[in-house]
Write a protein that binds this ligand. Sequence first.
Ligand SMILES: Cc1cc2nc3c(=O)[nH]c(=O)nc-3n(C[C@H](O)[C@H](O)[C@H](O)COP(=O)(O)O)c2cc1C
Length: 320
Amino acid sequence: MQNKLEKLIKSRVSLAPMAGITDYVLRSLVRKYSKDCLLTTEMISSEFLAQERESVIINRDDDHSPISYQISGHKPRLMRDAAESLTPMADMIDINMGCPVNKVVKGNDGCALMKHPSLASELVKAVKDGTDKPVSVKFRLGYTMDDMNFVSFGQKMQEAGADFITIHGRTRSQFYSGDADWKSIKELKTNVDIPVFANGDVTSIETAIECLEQSCADGIAIGRGILGDPTLIYRIEHYLSTGEKLEPPSVAQKIAMLKTHLDEEIKLRGKDVGIKFVRKFYPYYIEKIKNAAKIRSILVVEEDYSKIINILNSLQNEYS
Ligand SMILES: Cc1cc2nc3c(=O)[nH]c(=O)nc-3n(C[C@H](O)[C@H](O)[C@H](O)COP(=O)(O)O)c2cc1C
């Protein structure tokens, strides 16, 4: 297992799972730049998977490896089955124990599992039972600020057989507010033997260095930082191996990436759905341009592909 894991975390930077964001297309875009980083799918509900085995949510390409498939749920049997059915595609199975969303925690999934460490242990054991691939867990510092049980929780997950941890430096009650607490992550790192990746608020080479220094983690997982910049993980990896800071993409390069993103989503989902799906990404790709708010407001309602491309082409020309 140790060997398998070493191959999976060759890179000290991974792509954090984001529902509705880190789909097949975005993972492919990140992989275009970073050849080694561990990619993670969006969370896949074990209940959903029990009904629906074929879904674009599980698509992958050969070059997506190393890739972790994240599953959510709280029923050991379903989680075991989910792990078993994803094993042919996955290099690792990750269990979601950090999602703060009301609908998710109400059902006892996601971060609610931090309130039930024994059930969480059972889930790790069940998933291990369903797969021969490494199993990881992703959780937060705790459910509330008064119950920051991340060290004992992490130890318990390790005891249950977890091979790897990603920890978001916030509690469930914080959702995404305040700053991620990278310093506290060090306490977990020094109290478990399995690798720990720190997560939360890494958006640049500088914040990556700071997070690694404060957390002493083995690596970092990046979520929102890749929005509008799929090169970020590669640029951090490049800095960590060479000490050289590569420039972020220019506006014109970002527009070119956006056009690829749009075209690939259309290929995956069809024209109408693809165009609507990409709307949430416009603000990030065009944030640095003049009149960004006005242009964004036009793009997010436009349904005609040629008109969108015309706007993007003229922006690309203006900033080239
Ligand atoms: C839109 C969105 C969707 C997310 N979906 C998931 C998910 O499916 N599974 C998960 O474990 N975390 C999910 N997260 C949490 C991220 O993986 C990550 O822990 C969090 O965003 C903090 O890291 P960041 O500051 O690098 O974004 C999501 C976050 C966002 C913003």
